[in-house]
Design a protein. Structure first.
Length: 254
């Protein structure tokens, strides 16, 4: 319970990695703001599970491709809580398309949710952390595809690559406010977005010979959220079972 009393916002926490992160933070004592793009059964179910662990937690919905809804979300957070200690920029979207057929509207949406929204959320959170003089942690959930391009995911890879550089820029500028900013570069993780046939392909391409779990990402988030990491900032921590050690080059279907 090393994070007892800390307030954390986890974007995209109605399912998958974000849901597990929200639960793990609550389990470690955080008051958690559970976020989804809109009200849904999945968001409600995730919130109820978090609330059992952390009764003072809050559920909030905001479409992250709309800056005004991000503004409203942070206004509600400031009205409800005395501050914000942890921001986890987890929410992301994918819409695969061959690059020569990729529509600009699809490019724009992926960039707005996966890169612009993390920037705006970090800006809002950074201002709160600065003004309360409590410092804080900003953790961006990135991807191995920020570094290794993947067919039909040019917009996704571009956004995650930008997120990696944004992490470092934030770390430099926010360090004087005792705000640490790091990214977790996730490899193949078993979620509802990773089909079983794709999971099976990774078994022969990951040195660890298995796909990762959402819990392994969540545990790294807890670590980076703790005071044990006050001297770590601007880092990109890869959690991929060794996937990026050259194995992708031999598997064009990945």
């Amino acid at each position: 319970m090393e994070l007892t009393g800390k307030t954390a916002l986890v974007t995209g926490s109605s399912r998958g990695i974000g849901k597990t992160i929200a639960l793990e933070l609550a389990r470690n004592g955080c008051i958690v703001i559970v976020h989804g793009s809109k009200e849904s059964d999945a968001l409600g179910e995730s919130f109820e599970k978090v609330k059992k662990l952390s009764p003072d937690s809050l559920m909030i919905s905001a479409e992250l491709s709309k800056p005004d809804e991000i503004d409203d979300m942070f206004s509600q957070i400031k009205q409800t809580f005395a501050g914000l200690d942890i921001l986890v920029n987890n929410a992301a979207t994918q819409n695969p398309s061959p690059i020569l057929e990729l529509k600009q509207e699809d490019w724009d949406r992926v960039l707005s949710v996966n890169l612009t929204a993390p920037f705006l959320c970090a800006q809002h959170a950074g201002r709160i952390m600065r003004d309360t003089k409590r410092g804080g942690k900003i953790i961006n959930i990135s991807s191995v595809h920020a570094y290794d391009a993947r067919r039909h995911y040019a917009h996704y890879s571009a956004a995650k690559g930008g997120l990696e550089t944004l992490t470092k820029s934030l770390a430099i500028e926010l360090a004087s406010y005792n705000i640490q900013v790091n990214s977790i570069v996730a490899g193949a993780i078993a979620t509802e977005l990773t089909p079983l046939d794709r999971q099976e392909k990774f078994l022969t391409s990951v040195p660890a010979a298995r796909i990762g779990t959402t819990e392994e990402i969540a545990q790294m988030v807890v670590f980076l959220s703790s005071n044990r990491c006050d001297y770590i900032t601007g880092a990109s921590i890869t959690v991929d079972g060794g996937l990026t050690l050259g194995f992708c080059a031999t598997r064009p279907d990945l």
